[in-house]
Design a protein around this ligand. Structure first.
Ligand code: FAD
Length: 384
């Protein structure tokens, strides 16, 4: 799936993104506001329903195509982080939900009538150690009662539904550390103000992330997705797709930075010649390009394996790491190439620089990917 493939899909996304120019994103960034009009336009065009099977109203495309959509969004200077989760959060429902849940939710998610783009895993005191999470859901009759706290739950204020990971069996009663967690599909519209409080967190970039407080929130027992206690496995099942899609966003960011740096290096004349004529300026841009292309190959390989339903854990993780590193390198190069203007809001480099930095940490930090590769690919001892 090199860049020359999926040309029609790429062209369609690019055309849509052209109607949301740099100034649109810059303005929202200043006000820390959600790109509602952009997300609505993407939804209307059907792009966010790419991974939903046709029988449920989506386009039934693979991760290869879905990743192209997100790559092109980021390559256009926009930010998929506002909506990427609408594409893949439903995967847990699709793979593990009951027929009734799928019929009830998937068509409405495909049409955009319902947004399922909030995913609640992270907690303030457990961090990357997901198996230790503490938010509990206790079964009482035909309800679950939820108590605890989540942090960094993005887009919760712009979502109708939340896929929430909770502990249904106390840690003291489980034998395997991955047991005892469950997944609940929480209707945020009903929960808000009835046991759920959402507090926005202002971050260095415009990313609608929040903290969630559950104070005996009651949800119906049929909110459970799949079997009780198997939530960790369901969570893991969705991670490869997420990593490949985020890798594609990083590739898109990286290409945007290289495009901008190249243009500026050609145009900016200092000491009587374009700065890009100096090897000290052109080599870092060329190297950033090389690294993005290499990361893209791993992303393509991971996506193809995923779409053929072959094991792709190693490739998905490596693609995420390589692409996040490559986009961050390209971001630094773009700032350096622009000199002082790299810091000026009007040039958008600093905004994208802040946005792409996230992917060294979320949805999984670089170190945790390296621990995966060390343990599961190379057979080194588990380090944590
Ligand atoms: C803007 C933003 C949006 C987010 N959106 C969501 C969301 O929608 N839903 C959600 O559930 N979460 C979300 N997250 C949370 C994100 O997934 C976590 O921040 C990430 O997984 C890292 O966890 P942590 O912040 O608790 O860091 P920690 O686990 O505390 O780690 C801190 C640092 O220590 C390192 N570290 C920890 N343990 C080890 C080890 N054993 N070996 C080596 N290094 C280690 C990590 O790599 C990291 O650099 C978001 C985060 C941010 C910042």
């Amino acid at each position: 799936m090199p860049t020359y493939q999926h040309q029609d899909l790429r062209a369609g996304v690019r055309d849509l993104c052209k109607t949301f120019p740099d100034a649109y994103w810059r303005d929202l960034d200043t006000r820390r506001e959600y790109p509602e009009a952009f997300v609505q336009a993407l939804t209307r065009a059907g792009y966010l329903a790419a991974l939903i099977p046709e029988e449920f109203g989506g386009s039934g495309l693979g991760v290869s195509e879905a990743s192209v959509i997100l790559e092109e969004i980021n390559r256009a200077g926009a930010n998929s982080g506002a909506c990427h989760a609408q594409m893949y959060t439903m995967g847990t429902l699709l793979r593990h939900g009951s027929d009734e849940q799928k019929r009830k939710y998937l068509p409405a998610i495909a049409s955009g009538e319902l947004r399922l783009q909030a995913f609640g895993v992270s907690e303030p005191t457990t961090g990357s150690d997901t198996t230790q999470l503490k938010t509990t859901a206790v079964r009482k009759g035909d309800m679950y009662v939820i108590r605890g706290q989540k942090i960094w739950i993005s887009r919760a204020e712009h979502s109708d539904l939340l896929l929430l990971v909770v502990r249904t069996t106390p840690i003291a009663e489980i034998t395997k550390r991955t047991d005892g967690l469950s997944i609940l599909l929480v209707d945020l519209r009903q929960a808000l103000g009835h046991g759920l409080t959402i507090r926005p967190i202002r971050t260095m970039m415009n990313h609608a992330t929040t903290e969630l407080f559950f104070d005996d929130l009651e949800v119906p027992a049929d909110a459970l997705v799949g079997e009780e206690g198997k939530g960790f496995r369901y969570l893991i099942d969705g991670l490869n797709a997420e990593r490949i899609l985020i890798a594609a966003e990083c590739v898109g960011d990286g290409r945007w930075f290289v495009d901008r740096a190249t243009k500026y290096a050609n145009d900016r004349v200092v000491f009587g010649r374009p700065i890009g004529q100096n090897q000290g300026v052109q080599f870092p841009i060329a190297r950033a390009h090389v690294n993005i292309e290499a990361a893209d190959l791993m992303r393509i390989r991971a996506a193809e394996l995923f779409d053929r339903r072959e094991p792709c854990g190693a490739e998905a993780n490596m693609a995420k790491l390589l692409a996040a590193d490559a986009s961050w390198e390209a971001a630094n190069v773009a700032v350096q190439t622009h000199g002082g203007f790299g810091f000026a809001e009007d040039y958008d480099i600093e905004r994208k620089f802040r946005e792409t930095r996230l992917y060294q940490v979320a949805p999984i930090s670089t170190n945790l990917i390296l621990t995966y590769v060390a343990e599961h690919v190379l057979g080194l001892p588990r380090s944590y």
